[in-house]
Design a protein around this ligand. Sequence first.
Ligand code: ADP
Length: 403
Amino acid sequence: MSWFKHKQPAPVAAAPVVNSGAALAELVLNSIKEGVIITDAAGVISSINPAAVAMLECGNAADVVGLDYRLHLKIENKGGQVMPDAENPVYIAVASNQALNDFKTSLAVERTGKHLPVAISVIIAGNNKIITFRDITKDLEEDSAQAEFISTASHEMRTPVASIEGYLSLALNAQTATIDERARQYLESAHAASKHLGKLFQDLLDTTKLDDGRIKPEMMPTEVYGLVKQMADQFMPQFLQAQIKFDFGSSTGVDMGEAKVQPAMYAVIDTNFLQEIMNNLLDNARKYSMPDDNVWVNVVGDERQIVISVKDTGMGISQDDIQHIFQKFYRADNSDTRTIGGTGLGLYITKQRVEAMGGKIWVESTLGSGTTFYVSLPRLSTEEYNRRITVMNNQKQFMEVKA
Ligand code: ADP
């Protein structure tokens, strides 16, 4: 007999092997971390897994099966209110048999009054609707830590870059410095690069401020037609320098540039936001066009909305790229765009600004022929504009008298 005896592990009772399809499906549903609710065509719960019961804090599965899923899956809007059905993407997906993918929102957990951040998907499987959702609290915390880091870093780096830019300007100015031709060429390149870096930091800072809601629009009743014309006029010298023909008015021939009576179109907007939107769209129209191309800015409206368009006959955008251009940092990568400076943040910021004012942005483009960006804003009738201005003036007078 050997003097050395291996310690044998205690025998473990063998778990029964699950091999029927239904039992396996149940095992999977019971063990995954995602919440799963299966409903029939009318939205009545036929099955709910333990993860969903735990996240919704709704007692136990047996209490919930047979009920309308909306009684427990209460989706909130950005203001923390339960969304009405007409606006609720999960309701719309279930009711109209359309899949929904990773919709980020929060759920009102009734028992504890908690707001649970989740990403929800809806899968349509015949008459069964499978609603899955996962807790994204950790993802949001990580995003926020990352945004905080980018925001601090870009803020800190902007200051020395501005100083480099300033000194390079001084070196390039004949009144403040004497340099030879070769040094001028080097410094001009360094100046362009430092300006690009400064713009990148500014864009990064704006992006993080937008993402965490630090920038809020200051909405005021405004006449949009004249304001857009004024903003477009400011770009005239840049287009002239780039030898691009630039016009305010329709590209189909109706010249409103010198219109005798300008149409008044009112909306409630933040004028700084609109300035940034126009700057980005016009800057892109110039960057992605060549000498002899055309750029038009136009403003039209019906009783509901005002539509601003920026159209160019420049290089256009491919169908592959067009679906991504509003994403953060996305730049179409081809031999034409590679030499053009940019950060890929301009359209992301533009879209956020438009949506913060209750508007929409979309694009039409043909590679090689040109691009049109459209921005629509909810329109204010002339009567409503006048009424709001009168109310604001009265309030101002009242405050002045009180002071
Ligand atoms: P960038 O700083 O690169 O210009 P944007 O977010 O403003 O970033 O634009 C994203 C991408 O969309 C650009 O890199 C370019 O590929 C494409 N794009 C934007 N505007 C136009 C345009 N008017 N014509 C052609 N391509 C455009």
